[in-house]
Write a protein that binds this ligand. Structure first.
Ligand SMILES: [Ca+2]
Ligand SMILES: [Ca+2]
Length: 307
C-alpha cells in the first residue's frame, strides 16, 4: 500500500513541474540574404520571431570586414522597446538589448545594420552575416532562457554583385527598377496596380510604363494584321527595352483553339523592330501560318507571356 502511494505522488509532482515550465517558447533570430551592387549601402534587419518573457538579448554577428563596412546600428521597430548597445571589432559585432521588464510577446525587427559594400569589387564578393551566438534572458538578466527553450538561428549573407538585375525580393522586379521609381525593393507585389491604370507592376516594367503614374493602355501589346509577301498574318505588337536587360523572359505562343498553346521562337516570327525612344523598341511578331493557310479552319490566336 505504502509503495503504491509513493509512486502516485511522484507521478503527480512530475506532471505539475512540466505544467509549470514558465516559457515554453521557441525563440528564433534571423538575418536575410541580400544582393547589392559595389559601393552601395544596404540595411539589414536582425529579426526575432517572438519576445515573450524576454528582457535581455545578446547576439553576436560575424562578417567579413574586407567585404563590408558597418556604418550604423539603429533599433528596429521592436528594438525600440529595449536599450540597445553594440560593440564592433574586426568583423565581430556584439548587440545587446536590455529592458527592465519582460516583454509580453511580439516579433519583428530588433535592429537595422547599415553596411557599405566594398566599392572596388569587380567580381562577386560574399560575406556571411553569421549569427555566432544568440542568448535570451528574462528580467533576472542572468537566467539563460535557452536552457528551457528552443533557440534557433538563421544566419544571413550579403553578396556584392555586378549582375545588373539582382532582385532581393525574388518578385521578378529587379531592384534597380524599384529604386528608380521609389518603390520598396523588398515589399512590392508584381501583380499589384497601385497607380490604378490596369497595368500591373510586371507589365509596367516590361512595357516601359511608370508604376506611379497612370499610363495609356496603348503601351500594352496590341493585336493587328500584317501582310508579308502578299500573305496576311495576325500579329502582335509589343514594347520591350532596347537593351533587353530587365531580367524578364518574353515568350510568344500560338493556338488554334485557345486551348493548346505552342511556343514559337520570337526571332522566327519577328517581322519588324522599331525604335520608339531612348529606352524602348516596338517588336512586331506574326502567326507562324498565314490566314489564307488557315482558311478551312477559323482562327489563329497569339499570346505573349512575360515572366
Ligand atoms: Ca499600374
Ligand atoms: Ca503606370
Amino acid at each position: 500500500m505504502i509503495r503504491n502511494n509513493i509512486i502516485r505522488l511522484i507521478g503527480f509532482s512530475l506532471a505539475l513541474a512540466a505544467f509549470n515550465l514558465p516559457y515554453a517558447h521557441a525563440y528564433q533570430v534571423s538575418i536575410p540574404d541580400y544582393e547589392v551592387s559595389p559601393g552601395s549601402i544596404v540595411h539589414t534587419p536582425v529579426i526575432i520571431d517572438d519576445t515573450a518573457g524576454i528582457a535581455s538579448i545578446e547576439i553576436q554577428v560575424n562578417f567579413d570586414s574586407s567585404v563590408l563596412k558597418l556604418s550604423k546600428v539603429t533599433p528596429g521597430q521592436l528594438g525600440i522597446n529595449f536599450d540597445l548597445e553594440h560593440e564592433l571589432s574586426n568583423g565581430v559585432l556584439n548587440l545587446s538589448f536590455i529592458r527592465s521588464e519582460n516583454m509580453s510577446g511580439g516579433g519583428g525587427q530588433l535592429a537595422i545594420l547599415e553596411f557599405t559594400a566594398n566599392s572596388g569589387a569587380t567580381t562577386d564578393l560574399y560575406s556571411d552575416l553569421a549569427i555566432a551566438s544568440f542568448k535570451v534572458g528574462d528580467d533576472r538578466a542572468l537566467k539563460n532562457l535557452a536552457l528551457t527553450n528552443a533557440v534557433t538561428v538563421n544566419s544571413g549573407s550579403i553578396r556584392i554583385t555586378n549582375n545588373h538585375n539582382f532582385d532581393n525580393a525574388r518578385n521578378g522586379l529587379p531592384d534597380w527598377w524599384e529604386a528608380q521609381y521609389g518603390l520598396n525593393p523588398l515589399n512590392n507585389d508584381p501583380k499589384s496596380d497601385p497607380d490604378g491604370d490596369s497595368i500591373n507592376q510586371i507589365f509596367e516594367l516590361a512595357f516601359g510604363g511608370n508604376p506611379n503614374k497612370r499610363d495609356d493602355l496603348s503601351i500594352m501589346p496590341q493585336y493587328k494584321q500584317v501582310e508579308v509577301d502578299d500573305s496576311k498574318y495576325i500579329s502582335l505588337e509589343f514594347r520591350r527595352r532596347i537593351d533587353e536587360t530587365d531580367g524578364l523572359i518574353f515568350r510568344v505562343y500560338e493556338s488554334y483553339d485557345l486551348n493548346a498553346w505552342t511556343p514559337i521562337p520570337i526571332a522566327s516570327v519577328t517581322v519588324a523592330e522599331d525604335i520608339i525612344d531612348e529606352e524602348m523598341k516596338l517588336i512586331t511578331v506574326r502567326s507562324s501560318q498565314s490566314l489564307e493557310d488557315r482558311e478551312s479552319e477559323r482562327s489563329i490566336f497569339l499570346m505573349l507571356s512575360v515572366q
